[in-house]
Structures are given as structure tokens and as C-alpha cells.
Design a protein around this ligand. Structure first.
Ligand SMILES: [Zn+2]
Ligand SMILES: [Zn+2]
Length: 334
């Protein structure tokens, strides 16, 4: 597919989309965009996470009696399914688009591939290996442990206000399901802004930012403290009246959904005619410029409200430079 119909490429080969990312239309009153917004909201990613949540509920999570006690059997099974699921999704995209490079650099924001830049900041000098090991052997076990704790709380009726069932509370649970991406954006924005404070950045978040040019395995490549804060989002379901299926949906949005910001391509070519939107650009810009876009796509536009929003345009670049200049002045006057 011709990516120059959708964007432009600079002298270095880096590709930029023609249409800049926009915050959700109900904040700006652009009601004519609502159709496209709703399509992108549901398809394909949130539908994928919801289907996965249902599959987990039916095939992976044991009955409530078993969940009451934490035993190796079901915990290891859940861990293995999480490892396999992430391996298939992240590893699949890595294999086809980064190792085999089936679409070369079409729709790729950064024209270079991480494997072309060996660096001392990574374990074994390899971004891919470092990111894979951190995701696989630290990130996913922490994620699974948090799921185990919450499922055990559910089985034992532990909740600040009480777990609710679908039969009596179906309307609220549908609303809560629709709110999950907003919960994700709120939680992620605030923990992310927190770990960009100087000390936490230096000792914790810099691990994730070693990948300036992220690829799928960068998604969960974090310091364990960041893993705890990031996956800690699922603990909201012990405070908000919820149900384990909605909790698992949120958990998948956090676990599987971390890949979205780190795909590195605007679109993945599935066939000659069909593409999959990655929704990666906003977070790609975060990896490029650091002090912008702490949240996700602008469903709750906290970045816009706090002045951190960067949509890749020249105007946004100027605003960022202005912010840096003011920051320097403030530091000097101290
Ligand atoms: Zn990232
Ligand atoms: Zn960051």
C-alpha cells in the first residue's frame, strides 16, 4: 500500500501522518467525527480485549470455590496463558513487522529498526532481547500476581463496596465496561506523570525510556516498580462496584493493550487492501519527546488540559520549544 497517500516522509525516511491525532470529539463539539470515533473506540482493539476477557472467563479462570484459595495449579495455568497470549500478540507483530519486515518501512514513524542500533543501555546490548526478557520474566509475572490477588478477593467477597453480578446490575456493568478505557487513560496519565518526576524517572521510568525507538517488546519493558504502578490500575476494581469479567477486560486493556503505543507503525498491512490502525502515534511522540503525551489517545484529554499534548505538528513543536525555554529560565532564576 502507498503510505504517501496517508502521510509524508522526510529526508531521513521518517514517516508522519497527514491527519494529526485528535482528542475525543465530544470535548470539542465536533459531532460529525463521532461516527469514526465510535468505530475506532470499539474496533478492533477494545473488541479484541473484551473477547479475550470472555475467553479467559470461560476457559482459564476456575470456579469460585477454587479461586478462594491461592494454589499453584490455577495460578500457574493463568501465568502460562498470559505468557502465551503476550508471546503470540507481541511476538507475532515483532516477527512479521520487525524481523521479517514484511512491510519494510511503509507507515513506520522512525525509519530505523531497533536492531540496527546496538546500545550499552540494554541487557546484552540488544533492545529486543532486553525488552523481551523484562516483559516476559518480570512484567507478566507481576501482572498475573495482581490478577490472582483480585480474583481471590472476588471469590472471598472482599471489596470496598461489594462485587456486583450481571443479572441485577447489567446496566451499570455495561456503563463500567464502556468506562474502562477512560479509567485506563486517567490512571496511566497520573502514574506516568508521577514517574516523570526527576528521582522516579532516574531510578524507575528511565528503563522504559531506554527504547527511544520502541518496538512491540518495549511495551512492557519497565522497572518492576513501574510494573506495579502500571498494572495496579486493576486494583480500581476493588473500589468501584465491579465484576470479574469487567476486571479481566480492564486487565487485558492494560496487559495486551500496552502494545498499542509501541507498534512503531501507523498502520499494519494485513493484506494488500486491508490495514489495522495501531493507535501508536501519540505514545510514539512521547518516546520521541519525553515530556509530552503522558496519557493515551485523548479520550480524557488530560494532556491537552495540562498543556502536554503533542500531535506531531509544527505548532506543537513550537509550543514544546517554548515550554523548554521557560523551564530553562525558571531553573536559571533559581
Ligand atoms: Zn512507552
Ligand atoms: Zn514516559
Amino acid at each position: 500500500m502507498d503510505d504517501l497517500k496517508f502521510g509524508s516522509r522526510d529526508k531521513r525516511g521518517n514517516w508522519t501522518p497527514d491527519v494529526a491525532p485528535q482528542i475525543a470529539p465530544f470535548w470539542t463539539g465536533e459531532w460529525d467525527r463521532i461516527g469514526n470515533f465510535l468505530r475506532d473506540f470499539f474496533w478492533p482493539w477494545n473488541t479484541f480485549h473484551m473477547v479475550c476477557a470472555l475467553l479467559y472467563w470461560v476457559f482459564v479462570i476456575p470456579d469460585i470455590e477454587t479461586l478462594k484459595t491461592i494454589t499453584w495449579g490455577w495460578v500457574l495455568y493463568l501465568l502460562i496463558v498470559n505468557l502465551a497470549g503476550i508471546f503470540l500478540l507481541y511476538g507475532g507483530i515483532e516477527l512479521f513487522y520487525y524481523i521479517r519486515r514484511k512491510q519494510e518501512i511503509r507507515f513506520k514513524y522512525n525509519s530505523r529498526f531497533p536492531s540496527e542500533n546496538p546500545s550499552d543501555v540494554f541487557w546484552f546490548k540488544s533492545q529486543n532481547l532486553d525488552n523481551f526478557l523484562r516483559s516476559f520474566f518480570i512484567g507478566i509475572p507481576i501482572w498475573t500476581a495482581i490478577e490472582v490477588v483480585i480474583l481471590c478477593c472476588f471469590a472471598n467477597g472482599i471489596h470496598l463496596f461489594g462485587w456486583v453480578n450481571w443479572h441485577d446490575n447489567w446496566f451499570w456493568l455495561i456503563i463500567l465496561t464502556l468506562l474502562v478505557p477512560a479509567i485506563h487513560e486517567l490512571h496511566f496519565f497520573f502514574i506516568h506523570r508521577l514517574i516523570h518526576t526527576p528521582i522516579l524517572y532516574k531510578y524507575v521510568h528511565s528503563v522504559h525510556h531506554n527504547s527511544i525507538n520502541p518496538s512491540p517488546w518495549s511495551s512492557l519493558s519497565m522497572h518492576p516498580v513501574e510494573h506495579l504502578l502500571y498494572f495496579g490500575e486493576i486494583f480500581w476494581h476493588l473500589i468501584i462496584p465491579s465484576n470479574p469479567i469487567v476486571m479481566m477486560f480492564n486487565s487485558n486493556v492494560v496487559g495486551f493493550g500496552a502494545i498499542n503505543g509501541h507498534i512503531g507503525f501507523e498502520k499494519l498491512e494485513i493484506t494488500d487492501e486491508t490495514t489495522l490502525d495501531s493507535h501508536a502515534y501519540v505514545h510514539y511522540l512521547h518516546h520521541k519527546y519525553f515530556e509530552v503525551n503522558y496519557g493515551a489517545d485523548g479520550l480524557i484529554p488530560l494532556d491537552k488540559w495540562f498543556g502536554y499534548w503533542h500531535d506531531g505538528s509544527k505548532e506543537a513543536d513550537e509550543l514544546l520549544k517554548e515550554r523548554y525555554r521557560k523551564k530553562k529560565e525558571r531553573m536559571k532564576s533559581r
